[in-house]
Design a protein around this ligand. Structure first.
Ligand code: CAA
Length: 282
């Protein structure tokens, strides 16, 4: 299947990033969001990213213009009815995601593939509520989407081979490397990453070392671009807590229990970069 038009539903950071990369890869994109202001902000952000790449000499002016010309916006899935592939990237809330999937299934052709960028909700459960469970799949991009090389593909219990093959081809066309995960809590990346970030929270809580020293130790000691506490602030402490809870509940093992300090920061509204305070102030 050669994807001609991609619908990206949700114009937040992830949705805008996915739309940008797809448009730059020569795919026609419809960026859909009920919130007109969010769509406007998303497109402005994409334009700014492309302008910056042009000014750095990393992108040709005509390629930036071409990408923007391939990017359309819409306020409902009905306006993206021509799409043969959709990636849902709305807020990480099961009820909201299910509603979007039902709307997409009603609006798009019966053979269109519906992918979700969820980091924590079972694909199998989302697939079960639409008319084409074999055409539902997980396509988990990493943040920031234009920079990160990986896309995790998650096959639900019902996902067909053809859907998997088409999704892998789309990710490759977008310049991404894919890995295949079973539909288990946290998939691959968050199953391993979130317990590490959570352990760093326990280390702060126990006074093992300062936040700065924990981050320096891991950054310089294991050659990662960000220390675990900086990365937790970058992801959002509420998101980290939520995924830790999904792992704890879904895998049923207390080794995944969220650090009380992480929970306390979230209770305080210290969610990381987005609230200008987390383990660090911004
Ligand atoms: N969008 C687009 N491009 C971005 C960007 C963004 N939000 N942030 C940074 N960049 C680009 C910059 O423009 C720059 O590009 P050039 O090299 O072409 O100039 C490049 O990335 C490097 O940026 P900076 O020099 O500003 O900063 P940096 O070198 O510290 O890199 C970073 C920033 C890419 C975010 C890097 O620190 C990094 O890779 N951090 C780890 C990120 C990570 O682990 N993400 C996964 C989180 S887990 C997840 O997403 C899954 C989940 O479900 C929670």
């Amino acid at each position: 299947m050669d994807v001609k038009t991609l619908a990206v539903v949700g114009a937040g950071q992830m949705g805008a990033g996915i739309a940008q990369v797809a448009a730059q890869s020569g795919i026609s994109v419809v960026l859909v969001d009920v919130d007109a202001e969010l769509v406007e902000r998303g497109v402005a952000g994409i334009r700014a990213q492309l302008d910056r790449a042009v000014s750095k000499g990393k992108l040709k002016t005509e390629d930036a213009k071409g990408a923007l010309a391939r990017l359309k916006t819409a306020s409902s899935p009905q306006e993206a009815a021509q799409a043969d592939f959709a990636v849902e990237a709305v807020t990480e809330n099961e009820g909201v995601k299910k509603k979007v999937f039902q709307d997409l299934a009603r609006a798009l052709r019966p053979d269109a593939i519906l992918a979700t960028n969820t980091s924590s909700i079972p694909i199998t459960r989302i697939a079960a509520i639409v008319d084409r469970p074999e055409r539902v799949i997980g396509m988990h991009f990493m943040n920031p989407v234009p920079v990160m090389q990986l896309v995790e593909i998650i096959r639900g219990a019902q996902t067909s081979d053809a859907t998997y093959t088409a999704t892998r081809a789309l990710a490759a066309r977008m310049g991404k490397t894919t890995v295949l995960s079973k539909d288990m809590p946290g998939f691959i990346v968050n199953r391993i990453l979130i317990p590490m970030l959570n352990e760093a929270c326990f280390a702060v809580q126990e006074g093992l070392a300062s936040a700065e020293d924990i981050d320096t130790a891991m950054k310089l000691g294991t050659n990662v671009p960000m220390g675990p506490l900086t990365l937790a602030d970058f992801i959002g402490l509420d998101t980290c807590l939520y995924i830790a809870e999904v792992l704890h509940k879904g895998l049923g093992d207390d080794k995944y229990r969220p650090a009380p300090l992480l929970r306390q920061y979230v209770d305080a509204g210290w969610l990381g970069r987005k609230t200008k305070r987390g383990f660090y102030t911004y």
